[in-house]
Ligand binder design. Structure first.
Ligand code: BV8
Length: 225
């Protein structure tokens, strides 16, 4: 059975009501990246960063998967064991839709991390700079999110999957953040058929053999089914 690797970005969750980053009025229009998505920003003002992620965590808890997430869950169910979702998203919508094989390369809102001892535990809905680590007791808790300048999770495994993929699809991502932005080229060079499913052409649309542009809730089910 063919191996299918799928990269998702904020665009797949847009129709579930979660903001994207670089669209009109997106998250980066409301906050400076250096203030809320870098270790330096967190060191400078942890309360601001916690407020940024607390707001998004509350929105994500209430968000419902859309037809695009549901189509990917059907795809995994039909191709048991041969579909991998590599998501840049930190919401839990793929899991809510029923996908089990999900890799959160940029972390997840549901995770908390101790900056002192690396302990990880389920994040409370509201995190506060005064929270202490349940393991070492230090007041160094942060969202388990990969910020700019930090190394994304499971990269070795992801490169391996891209090299073994028969099909690689990128869904709802502008292709502006590395290393995810290089996945299409990497998979294509290794022989995968590459597909971009996005509202509009991303900056690396040339890396894809096939493109289907339109809302994810329309183009993803059409591609899956
Ligand atoms: C790293 C935190 C290495 C989580 C995020 C050159 C080469 C390599 C690296 C770099 C480089 N230059 C700079 C870097 C470093 C940097 C980077 O890439 N910077 C960019 C700005 C140039 N990368 C990093 O720092 C990464 N780490 O490289 O480490 C390393 C190695 C060793 C040692 C140390 C370091 C870490 C990157 C992760 C940063 N964290 N966020 C969070 O808060 O959510 S990134 C952030 O952007 C999100 O994670 C998000 O997932 C990601 C990408 O955004 P998209 O998901 O694509 O969202 P966007 O809004 O941009 O686009 C949405 C798309 O959807 C649009 O195309 C739109 O048209 C479409 N859309 C909208 N609605 C719909 C739709 N499509 C369909 N249907 C719809 N309805």
């Amino acid at each position: 059975m063919e191996k299918i690797v799928i990269l998702t970005g904020a665009g797949i969750s847009a129709e579930s009501g979660l903001g994207t980053f670089r669209d009109e009025g997106g998250l980066w229009a409301q906050h400076r990246i250096e203030d809320v998505a870098t270790p330096e920003g967190f060191a400078r003002d942890p309360a601001l960063v916690h407020r940024f992620y607390n707001t998004r965590r509350a929105q994500a808890v209430d968000a419902v998967p859309n037809a695009a997430h549901e189509a990917l869950a059907r795809l995994e169910a039909q191709h048991r064991g041969e579909v991998w979702i590599v998501t840049q998203n930190v919401d839990g919508l793929h899991e809510k839709a029923g996908n089990a094989n999900v890799m959160h390369m940029h972390g997840a809102l549901e995770g908390a991390l101790c900056a002192a001892c690396d302990h990880r535990w389920p994040a409370p809905l509201v995190m506060d700079p005064k929270d202490v680590c349940p393991s070492c007791g230090a007041p160094c808790t942060r969202p388990d999110i990969v910020w700019f300048g930090e190394v994304p999770y499971q990269m070795e495994r992801i490169w391996q999957l891209l090299e073994q993929a028969d099909v690689f699809a990128a869904i709802g991502t502008s292709g502006q953040v590395y290393p995810a932005a290089a996945f299409g080229q990497h998979a294509g060079r290794a022989g995968a058929h590459t597909v971009e499913l996005n509202m509009e052409a991303s900056v690396n649309v040339r890396d894809f053999a096939e493109t289907r542009h339109g809302p994810a809730s329309v183009v993803v089910p059409a591609w899956v089914d």
